[in-house]
Design a protein around this ligand. Structure first.
Ligand SMILES: Nc1ncnc2c1ncn2[C@@H]1O[C@H](COP(=O)(O)OP(=O)(O)OP(=O)(O)O)[C@@H](O)[C@H]1O
Ligand SMILES: C[C@@](O)(CCO)CC(=O)[O-]
Ligand SMILES: [Mg+2]
Length: 328
C-alpha cells in the first residue's frame, strides 16, 4: 500500500475572483485528507470513502471500471460525489502511461466536505500522489499540482482556479494569479474557523457569480475590487500587519456577500467573530454554507463562536508548512 496525505486550506483573500484572473491568497491548514492506494490486478477501481455521505448514506463504490455502487442513489449524485477520485485516477493513468491500472483506494479525511476548506483539492492531491507512487512514479510538486488542477477543472465543468490544488500540494501560504502560482512568506497567523455544519455546491456558486458578472457591470467591478483587496492584503501580509489584514478580510467578506455567495449562518458567524473583537472575519472557499475564517490571537472568537446558534464547531487552525506528505 502507498499512503499520501495533503492539507486543506482557508482563503485569506480572493476566492471566486481568482476564477477570473484576479490574485488570491489561500493558506494550507493542518487538517488533512489521507489516501491509501493499492494496485489491483484486475484493472478495477474500488473506492472506500467512509466520510463520504450522501444525505445520510455511506457509499462504498466501485469506480468507472468497477461494478457500480452498492447504494441506491441517482447517478448524478454519485458522479458529483465520486468524480474527483475517478478524475484523479484518470490523471495517474495518463501521467504514468499505464491505462489499465486498477486500484483499491481508501480515503480518510479531517476536512469537512463542501465547507470551503478545500476537501476536494486535498483528496485529489493525495490520491494522485499515492496512486502514481504505487506505480513507481514520484511526481514533482509542480506536476502534481498541475494534474490535480486538471482534475478539479474537469469535475467543476471548466470552472476552477489553480488556487486550492496548488496550495494543497505545496503547503504554506500561496499566491495564485492565473497560472502564476508561488509560495509566499507569511507571519504566524492566529486562525480561527467557525463551521455551520453545512456545505455549498462549488460549481453552482461559481456559476452564480459568472452569471451576475455577465449581467451587471457593477458585479464585474466587484470582482475586480476583490482583486484590489487582495493586492492590499499582500502588503499587509508582508508587513505582518494583522489589524490591516483583518480590515481587508472584512471588506472581502462584504464583496463576496454582494456577489451572493454568503448565507445567513455564514454572516451570523462573521458577526459573532467581529463582536468578539477578531481582527477580521470572512467566509472561506465557495461559500453558500460551511466555514468562516477569522483572525484572533485571544480565545474570545473561538468562545463566542461556540455559543453562536448555527455554529456547529469552532476551532483553531495552524498553518501547514508542508503540503503533500509521503507517508508509506
Ligand atoms: N473524505 C472524502 N472522501 C471522498 N471524497 C471526498 C472527501 N472529501 C471531499 N471529497 C470530494 O470532494 C467533494 C467536495 O468538494 P467541493 O469542492 O464541493 O468542496 P470543498 O473542496 O470541501 O470546498 P471548497 O472547494 O469550497 O474549498 C465531495 O463531494 C467529494 O466528491
Ligand atoms: C470559489 C473558488 O474560488 C474556491 C473554492 O475553494 C473556486 C476555485 O477557485 O476553483
Ligand atoms: Mg473544492
Amino acid at each position: 500500500m502507498t499512503l499520501s496525505s495533503a492539507p486543506g486550506k482557508v482563503y485569506l483573500f480572493g476566492e471566486h475572483a481568482v476564477v477570473y484572473g484576479e490574485p488570491a491568497v489561500p493558506c494550507a491548514i493542518e487538517r488533512r485528507a489521507r489516501v491509501g492506494v493499492q494496485q489491483r490486478d484486475d484493472g478495477k477501481l474500488r473506492v472506500n470513502a467512509e466520510d463520504l455521505s450522501l444525505d445520510g448514506f455511506t457509499v462504498e463504490y466501485d469506480g468507472a471500471a468497477g461494478e457500480g455502487p452498492d447504494v441506491d442513489v441517482s447517478e448524478s449524485l454519485l458522479d458529483a460525489a465520486m468524480g474527483y477520485v475517478d478524475g484523479a485516477i484518470e490523471q495517474v493513468r495518463e501521467v504514468t502511461g499505464n491505462d489499465e491500472a486498477g486500484f483499491d483506494v481508501t480515503i480518510e479525511s479531517d476536512i469537512p466536505l463542501g465547507a470551503g476548506l478545500g476537501s476536494s483539492a486535498a483528496v485529489v492531491v493525495a490520491a494522485i500522489d499515492a496512486a502514481a507512487r504505487e506505480l513507481g512514479v514520484t511526481l514533482d510538486v509542480d506536476e502534481l499540482a498541475e494534474r490535480a488542477y486538471r482534475t478539479e477543472y474537469q469535475v467543476q465543468d471548466g470552472q476552477a482556479s489553480r488556487a486550492d490544488t496548488f496550495c494543497s500540494a505545496t503547503g504554506g501560504a500561496v499566491r495564485v494569479e492565473g497560472d502564476d502560482c508561488r509560495v509566499i512568506e507569511a507571519p504566524d497567523l492566529p486562525i480561527v474557523i467557525g463551521f455551520d455544519g453545512g456545505a455549498g455546491d462549488t460549481g453552482q456558486l461559481v456559476s452564480g457569480v459568472r452569471t451576475l458578472r455577465e449581467e451587471y457591470e457593477f458585479a464585474a467591478d466587484t470582482v475586480e475590487a476583490i482583486g484590489d483587496v487582495v493586492r492590499n492584503g499582500e502588503d499587509a501580509l508582508a508587513d505582518g500587519d494583522l489589524e490591516e489584514l483583518g480590515r481587508l478580510m472584512d471588506f472581502n467578506h462584504g464583496l463576496l456577500s454582494a456577489l451572493g455567495v454568503s448565507s445567513r449562518s455564514l454572516d451570523t458567524m462573521v458577526w459573532a467573530a467581529r463582536d468578539a473583537d477578531a481582527y477580521g472575519a470572512k467566509l472561506t472557499g465557495a461559500g453558500g454554507g460551511g466555514c468562516i475564517v477569522a483572525l484572533d490571537p485571544t480565545p474570545e472568537t473561538e468562545t463566542a463562536l461556540s455559543f453562536t446558534p448555527g455554529c456547529e464547531d469552532a476551532f483553531r487552525a495552524e498553518l501547514a508548512d508542508e503540503g503533500v506528505k509521503r507517508l508509506e
